[in-house]
Design a protein around this ligand. Structure first.
Ligand SMILES: CC(C)(COP(=O)(O)OP(=O)(O)OC[C@H]1O[C@@H](n2cnc3c(N)ncnc32)[C@H](O)[C@@H]1OP(=O)(O)O)[C@@H](O)C(=O)NCCC(=O)NCCS
Length: 415
């Protein structure tokens, strides 16, 4: 067994989003909240809503099926399957083993579920990349599926930041989308900013504290990244953001990415002594160029926890990979509790062709709009299975929950 010395990174991405969506102006009217608070204050416009036959298993399996349907990655190539979620369906039986079965992945595959709030997906991607670099993969690929349903109590201030969806990321040597740089910066600290006790369906959150924790973790992870880069002998002293063509942040609500970018600029200006005279104007320009264009899908989907960062990456890849080939982007992942990681990657030649198959815009366009009453009914009904109508066509659904067991069915659709 020899260690993999070439590039390692994201070979392909599959995204899945629920078929139902609630426009947030209607929810704002129902809750007697000014629409501007949601559109401008949070930057959010719509949120994805799940049906009774959708859970973390079906969202994740549908995202992975869409990845396989693109034809470049095959189930028999997968030697490591990690599912990251904070909305698992069982305390012991992992979401990953349902996906393993539904997707026809070989028996000789390491399969497990991984949790650290919204950071879980990135923890999985990093472990997968290290598994390949170590040589243990022996030519096989890893599949990391991030899948979640963000649920807060009805009438709470966090209700506007709900959402649902999944991202399947295939990690391989000689990747066809994004080559990951081997260094990253991490930051961890025990904080109670967001949690969901074992008996609760909806998350509890200390919202404003969680924003502060996120920003402190960002500063800590970026400082660690710069220190790690210095240790490699890279003496580049220019501010980090000037070396990146885009910055993607974990996006619980789009305005959070704006707050994050401001914090990154401020700490980089301080570190490098390069604060411009008109800092506000420079920050606005930098945000408009590096961050804002890649938030469009998040604005229309809401928070999807572990998958949120990868939805931004998929959106950037789908919209602009042709302009980004050979360019380096920065990615920041935050999981409450907390652990965070800042890392970078470069779009490889040919990535535009790979990205053209992801199809996020088509998923967004095909959705059915709900009324607030329909959304509230779905929120109260829970996830007990059912038969999706023909317009909901996806790879699989939750058919029933019987005797404390969950039964999933494939629909004969490949992706
Ligand atoms: C994000 C969250 C804390 C917002 O809480 P809230 O009490 O409803 O909202 P706020 O009063 O802070 O208002 C939100 C923003 O809207 C702005 N706002 C309020 N009314 C407004 C109006 N009429 N027009 C425009 N903007 C308005 C506020 O100024 C604020 O902006 P700022 O953050 O830039 O100061 C809440 O949605 C939440 O708990 N979300 C889940 C947790 C989360 O996502 N955490 C992120 C880190 S993981």
């Amino acid at each position: 067994m020899t260690a993999e010395t070439g590039t390692v990174g994201v070979d392909q991405i599959g995204i899945y989003l629920p078929h139902r969506v609630l426009p947030l102006d209607t929810l704002a009217a129902a809750r007697k909240v000014p629409t501007e608070k949601i559109h401008i204050g949070l930057g959010a416009y719509q949120m994805a809503v799940t049906a009774p036959w959708e859970d973390a298993v079906t969202l994740g399996a549908n995202a992975a099926a869409r990845l396989f349907a693109q034809g470049q990655v095959k189930p028999e190539e997968i030697g490591l399957l990690i599912v990251a979620t904070e909305t698992a369906v069982d305390h012991a039986k992992p979401v990953s083993i349902f996906l393993h079965d539904l997707l026809g992945i070989p028996n000789n595959c390491r399969v497990f579920e991984l949790k650290h709030a919204c950071y879980g997906g990135t923890a999985g991607v990093m472990m997968a990349a290290d598994w390949i670099r170590s040589g243990a993969a022996a030519g096989r690929k890893a599949l990391v599926v991030s899948t979640d349903i963000a649920r807060y109590p009805l009438q709470s201030s966090a209700e506007f930041t709900q959402g649902a969806g999944a991202a399947a990321v295939a990690v391989s040597a000689q990747p066809r989308l994004l080559a990951l740089d081997p260094i990253s910066g991490v930051y961890a600290k025990n904080v109670y900013d967001f949690w969901r006790p074992l008996d609760k369906r909806e998350a509890l959150v200390d919202g404003k504290f969680s924003v502060d924790c996120y920003l402190d973790a960002l500063a800590g992870a970026v400082a660690d990244f710069c220190a790690a880069r210095n240790r490699t002998g890279d003496k580049n002293t220019a501010p980090l953001y000037t070396q990146l063509a885009a910055l993607l942040y974990h996006t619980p609500f789009p305005k959070m990415a704006y707050k994050a970018h401001l914090r990154l600029l401020e700490s980089e200006w301080q570190r490098t002594g390069t604060q411009p005279a008109d800092a506000a104007a420079a920050a606005a320009r930098s945000y408009a160029e590096l961050v804002d264009p890649w938030l469009e899908a998040s604005r229309k989907v809401g928070n999807i926890y572990t998958a949120s960062l990868y939805l931004c990456l998929a959106w950037l890849a789908e919209r602009a990979a042709d302009r980004f080939e050979g360019k380096r982007v920065g990615l920041f992942s935050y999981g409450s509790g907390c652990c965070a990681e800042f890392f970078t990657g470069t779009f490889v030649p040919g990535s535009a062709q790979t990205a053209a198959r992801i199809g996020v815009a088509d998923l967004l366009a095909a959705r059915q709009q709900l009324t607030v009453e329909e959304y509230e009914r779905l929120a109260r009904d829970g996830t007990n299975g059912g038969v999706p109508p023909s317009g909901d066509a996806a790879f699989c659904h939750l058919a029933a929950v019987r005797d404390e067991k969950r039964f999933y069915e494939r629909n004969g659709i490949t992706g």
